[in-house]
Design a protein around this ligand. Sequence first.
Ligand code: MOS
Length: 744
Amino acid sequence: MSTTNYIGKPTSRVDGPAKVTGTATYAAEYQVANMAYGYVVSSPIAKGKITKIHADEVLALPGVVQVFSHENVPSLAWFDRSYKDLVAPGGSPFRALHDAEIKFSQQPVALIVAENFELARYAASVLRIEYQQEDHETSLETQRAKGYEPGAGKTGFQPPPAPRGNPDKAWEEAPHRMEAEYVHGAQHHNPMELFTTTVEWRGEGKITAYDKTQGVYNVQQYLTKIFGLKKDDCRVVNEYMGGGFGAGLRPQYSAFLAVLAALELKRSVRLTLTREQMFSFGHRPHTLQYLKLAANADGTLAALQHHALHETSQFEDYTENVVNWSGMLYQCENVKLGYQIAKLDMYTPLDMRAPGAASGSIGLEIAMDEMAYAAGLDPLEFRLRNYAERDQNVDKPFSSKKLRDCYHQGAAKFGWDKRTQAPGSMRNGDGKLMGWGVGGGVWDATQQKAAAKASITADGKLTVSTATGENGTGTYTIMSQIAAETLGLPIEAVTFKLGDTDLPESPLQGGSWTAASVGSAVQSTCAALGEKIFKLAQKMDDSPLRDAKFEDVEFASGQLRLRADHSQAVVLRDVLQASGEAKLEADSSVMPNMVKQNGYSLHSHNVVFVEVTVDEDLGTVHVTRVLNAVAAGRILNLKTARSQVLGSVVWGIGMALMEETVMDHKFGRYMNHNFAEYHVPVNADIHDIDVLFVEEEDDIVNPLGVKGIGEVGMLGVAAAVANAVFHATGKRVRDLPVMIDKLL
Ligand code: MOS
């Protein structure tokens, strides 16, 4: 046994103390000398042109430094299409302050820079701008006929697979059938931390941008291409983030505007968006889904059709994989999947936790519930009868898939066998209507190229670094665990650094791929460092490892020892000190093993059991119990992984019952762009949540065997809540969120 086995252990967050004591520095907290403050002015109209900006009126206010608008921005390298960021969808990205044209409500039209924040805000409130308004179109419903299939979309977009079998005929001939449309409105990421950039001006053409982002390299690439800066002169830093959820995947206009001002004014600038402006740069799109399912007499799926349409902007084809999951979650020979987007006068939607799958699982999993009822089957039993042993979309086996164990273990722990099938047939101890629903989903287990470096000093302190992000998921902690275990060091001896373009390149923190990608790089880098230490250990006087091979030794409990005989050991610190080297370093870059992965479908799965109670007179719904059973490979840290799933469940409850950004089509504007009117769950809305991991051993996905846990927990939660509401009340709500008026 070793004292330094951390992988899999419920380790507390290594960055926890810094966060709770306030020493963790967020983008808006970096203090630099002689700073000016920016404030964005947003367009009140959705479409048209700016005809006049009365900048002179606010420039007359003492302390206002500048008013930036399309009238005075310098010529930039925008025309070079390569300014597209790493996750830009097809089309042409929005360019703030580029011209007089208004493309969406809340479009940034001017940036006020002043000596202090209050003055900038005041100046923004009195700046008069005249517009020539044009008719806008912001209703997806009216644009149904204008839906089109996008071409190449953003990174990771996969057009739906070709149809298989004969879904129309199979549907016509099957004994049990259903068809329905499912709708959810737009939703906005609501991280607590506002988007902020603090730009430190370091002399002509040189900046450091402390920016809220999930990808410092993505922001660096974007800024250098727009402003023609050298990479070395444009450092981007983000060490801590108060929530991202996908909002920080693309560089935001706040970063562009802050850097523009700093370079023009030759001074440091801080710009923070307002909560209202947090609703202006991307959202989970309003989506319409049509599903048509049929079942045979034996409860197997006879046919499955799933078509989705969602909105995008006029200038970019935002894409997400909404329907593809429906071709692989259940076994079915007759499948047709369709996917379209339609242009509206709004900003481009943006990835939001489990983009596509969170939406798609609403349609599929409510439809599966409806189909189970139509076929007279318990909805869990119906899923078990249609268990997919292979990924039929690509006709490959799964590298691992323990969803069946999730079904069984989850049901047992939840007590699903006590469920009675008829709607309205169960009541809780207080005599309230009670309903139990089930849902679930499937998500990608992907790995991206990542690099890391590691160094160890003679006192046995290890520093590992790479420019990944930490948006609250536990990255600092799991990377420290991997590094500590690989070199057999106590976790306290490890410092993990991230979020800085001065560090080796890592991918954006998103897609649930950080553990697999960055974790593999950290492991490989520490192993490379270990090999150097081993060679030094062999050179020590009377080294017990002199004749050993690297494969024969292990790092554990601060020692380097023979696997076969733990008494044959040297203390790591002694090795470093004996070597006379002050510091040993290693770096490496890791790619996914395509050869190994090629024959397999790599995915994580989950199933969610939900209990609701419904007040018959008031129509109020309480989610009293949730159990989320997840199969996502090896779990590196039970504590942070559980937290990821807890957060996903809370958000799923929000999707089901509260969250919707409501567009007033008269103004083409989201009306509830604040925390008072955009409802998210609060403590009083959350009761028992249980998380269960069914671990999978999988050396095909990556050497660590991890699949990622940041997104899979979201899947099917909202559908399971809606299904539980149906079970409680007999009311099938197909347009989320399920609000009181839909139940009365
Ligand atoms: Mo996630 S939506 O890839 O940050």
